[in-house]
Design a protein around this ligand. Structure first.
Ligand SMILES: Cc1cc2nc3c(=O)[nH]c(=O)nc-3n(C[C@H](O)[C@H](O)[C@H](O)COP(=O)(O)OP(=O)(O)OC[C@H]3O[C@@H](n4cnc5c(N)ncnc54)[C@H](O)[C@@H]3O)c2cc1C
Length: 375
């Protein structure tokens, strides 16, 4: 039986990017997905690549997010070169707009919080923002510019990264559900897929929100699904060149002319569904941002399950079982964080110093033991 250097469970953007990174580093990788890879959260995402944050809980993520965003141009260029596929990557500032009486105060608070975390967010006038995006609601009262941001088409990216991993020599197996770990002498030596044994020197569990359902790893990766609904318009009359966020939702322009609107944050178990209440919320936000969308054809709606964790931070790194690694819990930022998550695990496996501190993202933080990161 062939023993792989690394077996990865889960072929979303996190597992695929890791498979590609490790295979390029001459490790012999098998990527296992219980369905066709790339059909879950990574397929549903909006593709906003932003290191900014909405709630103070997310501040620890900023250095990791910035490090990942810095890797993005090279990551995308390498994927596109390896596959000949486009990914819809575009580096462009994002806008945050505010309505109503409290607009100036809310905008000021956002800028102060972002500056405190080292982000170069700055105020722009309502006139300036309407000049940049004439389709915006004339009722905008205050705005902020987030300069170092980008966007991508996650469906194109996921497919391209998977193909790049395959082209580099990774074995990709669809329809293979990892059901348990192979543990020998206290070490993880592979995975079980039903009665099939798949030996590997290292195992990385990257099964998104489904990790919490896997009995063997749930103590390291207690993920839960948070549903997000999305919709897309085709509207030649409403052109945006920036991502526009409000406190109710966002609009994301795609390179192919579609305009995406999102999203919801729902506790709905594992049920992927588009609901009237969800669409109503998204539509209200979209029309408040760009009222001209009222007559635009809706061309698609969908939902996906974000992998959330008890502290809303990702879970990345080794466990106290030798050979067992976790990379999940990327919640609202998995597309953004894919390059750095892959790089960190490769560096860790190679015994190299890590590009960023990973202490706060340890799989061991939900239990009492700790694992030290290499210096
Ligand atoms: C509506 C929405 C909008 C979003 N917008 C953004 C955004 O703008 N920017 C951003 O950065 N992020 C965004 N996200 C978050 C992002 O999509 C996720 O964080 C990311 O896709 C998680 O990737 P993943 O590979 O961990 O999980 P997934 O893409 O869910 O992949 C997990 C894979 O594991 C497989 N699997 C599960 N169990 C097993 C098993 N036992 N054995 C084998 N395989 C298994 C599944 O089949 C699946 O293919 C958004 C998410 C949603 C839902």
């Amino acid at each position: 039986m062939q023993a792989f250097d690394v077996a990865i469970a889960g072929g979303g953007i996190i597992g695929s990017a890791l498979a590609w990174e490790l295979q390029r580093a001459e490790r012999n990788v098998v990527l296992l997905d219980r369905q066709q890879p790339g059909q879950e959260a990574s397929w549903a995402a909006a593709g906003i690549l932003s290191p900014s944050f909405e709630v103070p809980d997310s501040v620890p993520l900023v250095p990791l997010a910035r490090a990942s965003l810095q890797l993005y141009p090279e990551f995308v260029a390498a994927v596109e070169h390896a596959t000949g596929r486009a990914t819809g990557f575009r580096q462009a500032a994002s806008l945050q707009i505010f309505f109503g009486e409290g607009a100036q105060r809310e905008c000021g608070a956002l800028i102060t919080a972002h500056r405190g975390a080292g982000l170069p967010t700055r105020a722009i006038s309502a006139d300036e923002v309407r000049g940049m995006e004439p389709a915006l609601n004339p009722d905008v009262r205050a705005a902020a510019l987030l300069p170092d941001e980008a966007r991508i088409d996650p469906r194109l990216l996921s497919a391209a990264v998977l193909e790049a991993a395959r082209n580099a020599g990774a074995e990709v197996r669809a329809g293979v559900e990892v059901t348990d770990l192979m543990i020998e002498g206290g070490r993880c030596v592979g995975v079980l897929a039903g009665s099939e044994r798949i030996p590997a020197a290292h195992v990385v569990i990257a099964a998104g929100c489904f990790c919490g359902q896997m009995q063997a790893v749930a103590r390291y990766a207690p993920t839960r699904p948070v549903r997000g609904q999305m919709m897309a318009f085709r509207s030649p009359g409403v052109n945006l060149s920036h991502i526009v966020n409000s406190d109710r939702g966002y609009l994301v322009p795609r390179e192919d002319g579609r305009l995406l609107a999102g999203s919801t944050l729902e506790d709905a178990g594992f049920e992927k569904a588009v609901t009237p209440a969800g669409l109503q919320k998204i539509l209200a936000a979209a029309l408040e941002i760009a009222p001209g969308l009222a007559t635009a054809p809706i061309i698609e709606s969908w939902s996906g399950l974000r992998p959330d964790t008890p502290d809303h931070l990702p879970i990345i790194g080794p466990t106290d079982v030798e050979g067992l690694w976790i990379s999940t819990g990327h919640f609202r930022n998995g597309i953004l964080l894919a390059p750095i998550s892959a790089r960190v695990i490769r560096d860790w496996m190679d015994g190299n110093a890590l590009p960023v501190s990973m202490t706060e993202f340890s799989p061991m933080r939900f239990s009492e033991n700790t694992i030290k990161q290499p210096r």
